[in-house]
Design a protein around this ligand. Structure first.
Ligand code: PLP
Length: 420
């Protein structure tokens, strides 16, 4: 055998999301090489304040001679302290945070992988409610040997509420098949549903995880991209971080972990920055410190982030402006969709929403989704198919709307044309 058993297991994993994305690569728009290519309304990215972020990042790229040396692999103390202040301002932790609770990695995906390497063993199972971000297949499983177990907890696709009995029966079903469930992964705000879990649902999840003594990981990468409070001023920010709850009262706190990253809320997915936050698990912190050398942020990025995040006024104003820009773009997009008779699932957070085109299809099957998807690509627009997020029913596509209106409008028009 030319590679290890572990590597060949990783190679046998399939990830429909990357599979679909790889088919788009030479068809995508590029101003120089493919000006007639497909506009990207499929990847979760946010270009609304790109120029502002770009200018700030450029100004913050001020190195010191010491940045030429090795830094601490889990992130500098300066950065971790700044991030502690940032989490304290925006995630409102119930238990005061310490900078040593935060581990920095090269992206949220890397943070998930590093965390699972330390909380699960090969052959273990991780419960993930559907629909979910398709790349979890890799983030959770590559080289960890942990299997994912998709579970459908929502009565209707748009309904985020969790039925505790159903959750329990999935767990019991898996256990009776000999599957050892040792963790659960929740995305809040959700991708692709673009909605938040309620405090009650988070408490349900914590109580369940405690009952079975399993780890519970909250991926909160879209936490600060909520905007529904700007659409209806009578409503509040729908996001509740698990960190803001007195979770020690519900669960062994060593089992609670948060993932965050800068790719989405700060629209810098190329910078590759992710965080694991854990407040009460000493051995895990030691393990994360040991493995962090393999997902080690460059001192250049560390310095850049220190310079950016020390300007708290800029950070907080940017976040507010970004939410307002998301709300405005969501409103414009949904008005366009309504005028074209396209249904969608009302969203609260993030740069995308799910369109529901079941009523536009003669027959809604996974084959018809594939054909339509290919037709869209040929017609110059890329949307993400629902199936890559484990949406069980055909007719759903995830559409990224956090783009300048000219580009977005062109993409939406091509999408409508492909439906005809
Ligand atoms: C829910 C979720 N988690 C993690 C990631 C990965 O983020 P990163 O670019 O920081 O690796 C994504 C990216 O789309 C995501 O949607």
């Amino acid at each position: 055998m030319s590679v290890s058993k572990r590597a060949s297991e990783s190679l046998s994993l399939t990830c429909p999301m990357f599979g679909a994305f790889s088919q788009t690569l030479n068809k995508m728009y590029n101003a120089d090489t493919n000006p007639n290519g497909a506009l990207n309304l499929g990847v979760a990215h946010n270009d609304l304040l790109q120029q502002k972020v770009f200018e700030k990042a450029k100004a913050c790229l001020q190195l010191t001679p010491n940045d030429l040396n090795y830094g601490p692999s889990e992130g500098t103390q300066e950065l971790r302290q700044l991030m502690k202040d940032f989490f304290t301002r925006h995630f409102h932790p119930y238990y005061p945070m310490n900078w040593t609770d935060i581990f920095v990695h090269t992206g949220a995906g890397a943070s998930i992988n590093q965390l699972f390497l330390s909380i699960g063993d090969p052959g273990d199972y991780c419960l993930i409610p559907t629909p979910f971000y398709g790349a979890f297949e890799y983030d959770v499983s590559v080289h960890t040997g942990i299997h994912i177990l998709p579970v459908n907890l929502h009565k209707e696709l748009q309904d985020m509420s969790i039925d505790p009995d159903q959750l329990e029966s999935y767990y019991q079903g898996a256990t009776s098949e000999g599957k050892k469930v040792t963790s659960m992964l929740i995305t809040n705000p959700e991708n692709p549903l673009a909605k938040c879990y309620s405090k009650k649902d988070i408490e349900t999840i914590l109580a369940f995880a405690d009952r079975h003594h399993i780890h519970v990981v909250f991926d909160e990468i879209y936490a600060l991209s909520t905007y529904s409070q700007f659409l209806d001023e009578k409503t509040e920010d729908p996001f509740v971080s698990v960190l803001s709850l007195p979770y020690k009262e519900l669960i062994d706190p060593a089992l609670v972990h948060v993932i965050y990253g800068l790719s989405k809320d700060f629209a810098v997915n190329g910078f590759r920055v992710g965080y694991v936050v854990n407040q009460f698990n000493g051995p895990l912190k030691q393990a994360l410190r040991r493995s962090s050398a393999f997902s080690y942020l460059s001192t250049i990025t560390d310095r850049l982030l220190c310079n950016m995040f020390s300007d708290t006024k800029w950070i907080d104003e940017y976040l507010l402006e970004n939410r307002q820009a998301l709300a405005a773009s969501y409103t414009r997009t949904t008005e366009f969709l309504k005028s074209e008779g396209i249904d969608y699932i009302a969203a609260q957070a993030g740069p995308f929403l799910l369109v529901d085109i079941r009523n536009k299809l003669v027959s809604a099957t996974s084959e018809s989704d594939d054909l339509l998807w290919a037709k869209m690509l040929d017609g110059g627009v890329y949307l993400a198919k629902g199936s890559v997020f484990y949406i069980g029913q055909p007719g759903f596509f995830r559409l990224t709307f956090a783009l300048p209106w000219d580009e977005l409008h062109k993409g939406l028009t091509r999408f409508i044309k492909a439906l005809q």
